[in-house]
Design a protein around this ligand. Structure first.
Ligand SMILES: C[S@@+](CC[C@H](N)C(=O)[O-])C[C@H]1O[C@@H](n2cnc3c(N)ncnc32)[C@H](O)[C@@H]1O
Length: 206
């Protein structure tokens, strides 16, 4: 791992993911989490202040990057939630089948290398009737924006820890054994359009 990835990237990701529009998105979905919750790519723990502690029994924070887990320490210190780290990638969720009531996926599906395998794992560990809450940026509907996304993606991916700006988030989820139950989409304000097209809502096992 390069020094950039190890030391600078966690700091940059923490800053980039803590903008006002992203906090606004977090507040739309995170309070719906309940029971035993699994957060995929928990990063620096920016969702922690948005959970409803009365509804959450415990939270597994799956995060493969040691640098991001370290960056999460202040948010962990400030939460009353019972949090257990899982230091593995989303492709290898170390939990039993049907063990989570809620899975949270915010601004992470863009960065998981084998996203099909990760969604397969999420489907395995989510209880029937449980919710996959998501808020993700991805492929825009407008041709001009898509063209720029496709052009800049290879360079962006190299400097952003493997984040792709042009992934088709909704089909990725719905083609992986989930039924989308609630969906909203919009370009976020004060965010470059190539990174600002958001899809959020929840899905259940099909
Ligand atoms: C842009 S950050 C978002 C962090 C957090 N979800 C949030 O909403 O602030 C993307 C996160 O995905 C994590 N990540 C990268 N590859 C992953 C994988 N294979 N499985 C799970 N998480 C991964 C990164 O380490 C990083 O913390």
């Amino acid at each position: 791992m390069s020094l950039y990835d190890k030391y600078l990237l966690p700091h940059l990701l923490n800053l980039a993911c803590n903008t006002k529009p992203l906090r606004y998105q977090r507040n739309k979905i995170i309070p719906q989490a309940e029971g035993r919750v699994l957060e995929i790519g928990m990063g620096s723990g920016l969702n922690l202040p948005f959970y409803d502690a009365d509804k959450v029994e415990m939270l597994w924070g799956l995060e493969p990057s040691e640098g991001m887990r370290k960056k999460a320490e202040p948010n962990l210190a400030a939460t009353d939630l019972k949090v257990e780290w899982l230091g593995l990638p989303g492709e290898q969720i170390p939990l039993d089948d049907n063990s989570a009531d809620t899975i949270v996926l915010t601004f992470t599906l863009c960065s998981i290398p084998d996203w099909q395998k990760a969604l397969e794992q999420m489907r395995r560990v989510l209880k029937p009737g449980g919710k996959l809450l998501f808020a993700e940026h991805g492929l825009a509907p407008d041709a001009a924006v898509r063209q720029k996304q496709n052009k800049y993606d290879p360079t962006w991916c190299k400097i952003s820890g493997g984040c792709h700006m042009n992934r088709p988030i909704v089909p990725m989820i719905s083609d992986s054994g989930f039924r989308i139950r609630q969906l909203k989409t919009a370009y976020l304000p004060s965010t470059p359009k190539v990174l600002g097209y958001n899809s959020w809502g929840y899905a259940e096992i099909e």
